[in-house]
Design a protein around this ligand. Structure first.
Ligand code: FAD
Ligand code: FES
Length: 566
């Protein structure tokens, strides 16, 4: 069983904490688990220093010790288990990894949410994180796949007298190569979310020297959106954790970020914002994401009736929750139920009204649906399934069944719709999403699309699909960035998403809109299971609870199948 639900010491990325008083740090230390840690993959060594300082404080406050042997004193290869050995160098936890005849020493924790890499999977010179499938190059530490964006530290390794010694930290290992000479001068990104941010970050990582303008209709710089329905909403993560990067990052990286800038039209080689500004581009990335479906019932326009997409939405829900002892969630979707869990953590009475018989049955099947329902009920959530809300009059909601519920906060989680208006207006080919080719280019040369809006040819399912997953959006943003620079890289990642309910994470790899069989290995109620969604005997997708290694193995298997089918 993965131990992401357990506190294994703490880890901070926020440098502002460093100057704060010890008392505040104590409070923060006690409030966090490593899994609460958002990806603060700030590229600077300043951050490393900050992390180290904070970890030192953590060690001082909790008197915790780094795991395993002191790797500077030498360890024998016979101590390795499955090619890995967890130890430490000073107070830093370091993982030794044997890959063929080579041995690498890397930071033991993922730069996303601090996942334990010793529980990860080695694949062809890389290691994948068990929690959300980030992937790091063993030789350089480079974060080669989102959701991690920052590299891992690496150490020099020396083999002597059948012992392995870890020496000093290695620097300057990541060789990027130069962007092609044909790289454009001006790249414009519409959207400041997962895909847009990952694209901008990748452009600078790959040493793109031209201008990057990011136009976002959001009022805040790119945020860790998944956190908005989890730790931040639950009150267990402070707002400092929500931005993907501090505000200063954009200036330092030469990314011109314009907030509150809605792009309203695209012409031959420029976009126009709602304020009338025109921004010229050589290449354009559309990453406008999705928007929550709004309720269309009487009373849906009242201030206490909310949806959740942005940080502003989340702040509003938190504010309203402070004066509402009871909340009504409409919809038993991933977001709806994550919100339910987060509000329970705030001790608010939570009712969920949804038309389906079982939550999440359409995506995960009846058994997981029953489990999710029971899990939420154990935490006090009250379900009103096979029912809908027909009107909200003040704080009183009326249900189709005739029942009424009073709630000072209503959150509608009834699905999202891709934001396609801009692409449609520009005349791009639309097919229940913006149609893109394997290189994520739309029907217009030089205009790319990524994230929740993009429908792409998925090599694993053999179908054109569009999904709403954080990791997919980031990886598509990265691939689009590389292609906008003039390279040709196909987007071939197997889709992955995760969801978190209380201390139960659900991981999902692949894509199965329909299946004819679900093979269950393990015990769902015991929170130890792997489910295979099959059609005509072929595994289309795999969902798991605390079977992280098997989930990674399933991902690799799906990748192998894709290679064989090409
Ligand atoms: C609360 C919440 C929790 C989630 N949790 C998970 C999770 O646990 N796991 C998971 O896999 N997925 C999760 N998701 C889904 C995931 O966040 C999305 O799939 C992902 O953010 C999509 O990335 P994107 O870049 O396509 O869109 P977004 O991240 O939504 O970004 C779109 C951006 O485009 C901007 N924009 C839109 N139109 C315009 C315009 N015309 N001009 C300028 N800017 C524009 C928006 O303001 C926004 O900045 C969650 C989503 C939400 C809302
Ligand atoms: S903690 Fe490693 S990918 Fe999230």
């Amino acid at each position: 069983m993965g131990d992401r639900a357990l506190a294994m010491g703490t880890f901070f990325f926020d440098e502002r904490l460093i100057d704060d008083e010890q008392g505040r740090i104590d409070n923060e230390v006690n409030a966090f688990t490593p899994h609460d840690c958002a990806d603060r993959s700030f590229v600077t060594s300043r951050l490393d220093v900050t992390c180290r300082c904070l970890m030192e404080l953590d060690f001082m406050t909790n008197e915790s010790q780094p795991s395993g042997p002191d790797l500077t004193s030498g360890v024998a290869l016979t101590q390795f288990v499955d090619g890995k050995l967890l130890g430490h160098v000073g107070e830093e936890e370091v993982l030794l990894v044997q890959d063929g005849s080579e041995i690498f020493a890397i930071a033991a924790h993922c730069s996303h949410y601090h996942g334990p890499l010793n529980e990860g999977l080695m694949v062809g010179g890389t290691i994948r994180c068990p929690w959300h499938h980030a992937c790091f190059d063993l030789r350089s530490g480079d974060a080669v796949r989102a959701p991690a964006l920052a590299p891992l530290d690496c150490w020099q390794v020396e083999k002597r007298d059948n012992l392995v010694f870890v020496r000093e930290k290695r620097v300057g290992l990541i060789q990027r190569g130069k962007p092609p000479t044909s790289a454009p001068e001006k790249i414009v990104i519409v959207g400041g979310g997962a895909a847009g941010f990952a694209a901008a970050e990748m452009l600078r990582r790959r040493e793109f020297r031209g201008s990057i303008v990011m136009l976002s209709s959001d009022s805040s710089a790119p945020v860790d959106r998944p956190n908005l329905s989890k730790d931040y909403l639950a009150g267990s993560a402070p707002e400092d954790w929500v931005p993907l990067r501090p505000d200063s990052y954009y200036n330092e990286a030469g990314i011109e970020l314009h907030l509150n800038s809605e792009v309203v039209s695209i012409n031959a080689r420029h976009v126009t914002t709602g304020k009338g500004d025109q921004v010229a581009f050589d290449r354009l990335l559309l990453a406008t994401g999705a928007e929550p479906v709004r309720l269309s019932i009487p009373g849906a326009d009242q201030p206490h009736v909310r949806t959740l997409r942005s940080l502003t939405d989340c702040r509003a829900i938190i504010d309203t929750s402070k004066t509402s002892p009871r909340a009504l969630i409409i919809g038993a979707s991933f977001i709806g139920l994550e919100v339910a869990a987060a509000l329970r953590a705030r001790d608010i009475e939570v009712h969920v009204v949804a038309p389906e018989k079982r939550p999440m049955e359409r995506i995960l099947g009846p058994d997981v649906g029953d489990f999710i329902r029971a899990l939420h009920e154990e935490h006090g959530v009250i379900f009103h399934l096979e029912d809908t809300v027909t009107a909200i009059n003040g704080q009183r909601a009326t249900l189709k069944s005739g029942r009424t519920l009073d709630a000072g906060l209503v959150v509608a989680g009834i699905g999202v719709r891709p934001r396609l208006a801009l692409a449609e207006k520009a005349g791009l080919v639309i097919d229940r999403g913006v149609q893109v080719n394997a290189f994520l280019e739309t029907s217009a040369t030089g205009i790319y699309a990524a994230g929740d809006i993009a429908r792409w040819p998925d090599p694993h399912s053999g179908e054109r699909i569009r999904v709403e997953h954080w990791v997919v959006a980031q990886r598509q943003g990265q691939t689009a960035a590389i292609n906008m620079m003039g390279m040709r890289e196909k987007f071939a990642a197997v889709p992955f998403f995760w969801s978190q309910h209380y201390d139960v994470p659900i991981n999902y790899v692949g894509h199965a809109e329909q299946w004819d069989e679900i093979a269950i290995d393990g015990n769902i109620r015991a929170r130890d299971c792997l489910l295979k969604y099959k059609r005509k005997g072929r595994v289309l997708a795999v969902a798991s609870i605390f079977r992280d290694l098997a989930s990674l193995q399933a991902e690799v298997q799906m990748e192998d199948e894709m290679i064989q089918s090409v």
